[in-house]
Design a protein around this ligand. Sequence first.
Ligand code: ADP
Length: 638
Amino acid sequence: EDLGSDVQIDAEIDEDAEDGLLGGLQIDSTAEIQVPDRLVDQVIGQEHARDVVMKAAKQRRHVMMIGSPGTGKSMLAKAMSELLPKEELQDVLVYHNPDDGNEPKVRTVPSGKGDQIVEAHKEEARKRNQMRSFLMWIIIAIVLGYSLIIAGNILLGILAAGIIYLAFRYGSRGSDAMIPNLIVNTADQQTAPFEDATGAHAGALLGDVRHDPFQSGGMETPSHDRVEPGAIHKANKGVLFVDEINTLDVRSQQHLMTAIQEGEFGITGQSERSSGAMVQTEPVPCDFVMIAAGNLDAMENMHPALRSRIKGYGYEVYMDDTIEDTPDMRRKYARFIAQEVEKDGRLPHFTDDAIEEVILEARRRAGRKGHLTLELRNLGGLVRVAGDIARAEDAEYTTRDHVLQAKGRSRSIEQQLADDFIQRRKDYELQVSEGYVPGRVNGLAVMGEDSGIVLPVMAEVTPSQGPGEVIATGQLKEMAQEAVSNVSAIIKKFSDEDITQKDIHIQFVQAGEGGVDGDSASITVATAVISALEDVGVDQSLAMTGSLSVRGDVLPVGGVTHKIEAAAKTGCDRVIIPEANMQDVMIEDEYEEMIEIIPVSHISEVLDVALEGEAEKDSLVNRLKTITGSALENQSVQ
Ligand code: ADP
């Protein structure tokens, strides 16, 4: 089988246009893209996992999938069920056991037979009942006739007829009890079953026997009729998928292990005090292929015996979070949109430039140069929101504009929090984006995974009584100390002041709940300290991010795109980023006009851009320029 199924369209692929966002696809909309029939061919990327699933389907092996949510784990599990042979499917019936009502019997028959057997039993019961009521009316007629004509007592006759009627009614209940309970019916299955048991409680996973409030006295429901199958039984000959496997309670994991070992598992009532707990059926077949999924953490927390069971008899695969951005892959992303549109069924198809915008977003979300994100559930969310907006407008196609609108709406929770945060700070005027202030620098941090915030840093330098100290508060203390110790060598080199005799106070203004990555704030801290030390103002319409080496080189950091956008939203005019990060910048067009991006590779350039006034600044910058490589080689840090 060819891996990574092709994108089929009417038009040709233009090889000269392969570098374009559509990878050379010559189409007007996703309507022209054909979606593959088999689910396994619809999977984008994840070639290794895809390969494993196809192999495991042939060999009926278990699979453990480790990876981020929304990367296609359950999709692949479902795809596997389509690959398993359908011929082996079975129906399962539970029968009343005349010897012991609490031990119902279990019979397995070929697919489709179950329904027929139940029908036959019902038909028989119906005939028997007809026979019985025919008999009953004859007897009633005889009794009534006898009491009227011979005994002359109509009242006695009616009484006797009533007793006979009730006796027959009660007696016929027994014959219903003979109808078997079809607990697994595969008659209408087009493929081998796929059962998702993620988060299932014991009863849903292992089967259950319902409680009977009328346990005796002839009113009870026969126990075989109260038996309910679990996911393990419904998955017989198919796939049992369990995501977040570690959240299953230990007892269920143990039972699951037994079920995998034995290939059959009797059903009993799961709640101890219910009458169902007295019932235990004969073994019920549960010959499934197990696909257990979760992130790395989940795997480490799952029952070790279960893990080694799956591992020993199957495969373990890692899901990719991103994939290399090639023309072929971009064409598949176009097909991905077509798939999501088709799956939803109501969304208008996407125009070529709408597709391009989604692919751009896939690049942005990858957060890695030359890659596309494989967190496709989220990207599918964007496709649906854009399509819904188009549909609400009765548009024939989903356009680029709809996608842009959707991006605004389908922001992550973190993004919404960050925006809210920025707004609130604007309200309280914590954010200064004008003028020059000594010791105050607009740093940038990443909040959550995909949003940036402006995080101002304030530094103040005061003479110390004893040896100089770095004073910071809260959780940021360590990181501030580290940042200062990293820059102290640089400061020492050029400064006339001996900072070992000073206390340096560092404050992160309103760090709030935002996570601050110390490394990426080190040029911010250095700039704030130098500015405070020399009492030179820092441009407040400027924001910056970058890591600093002891030699004064500015090193790359994470999340630049989100940080730049946050700076722009907050009203900054310029933003400093490490030169090496320029390739990661994928900001949206709307921000491009709002903010100037200044790439730097040395701290002297940072100060050149950030500090106020020509004379003092120039001498500082010149001094700093001498700090390169060898100048610091033998200088001890701190
Ligand atoms: P997981 O089980 O890893 O959390 P799912 O398989 O449930 O993720 O993915 C949810 C949806 O996202 C899928 O139904 C599909 O529409 C889309 N999707 C996720 N990963 C892929 C992929 N690799 N290829 C195509 N579509 C995907």
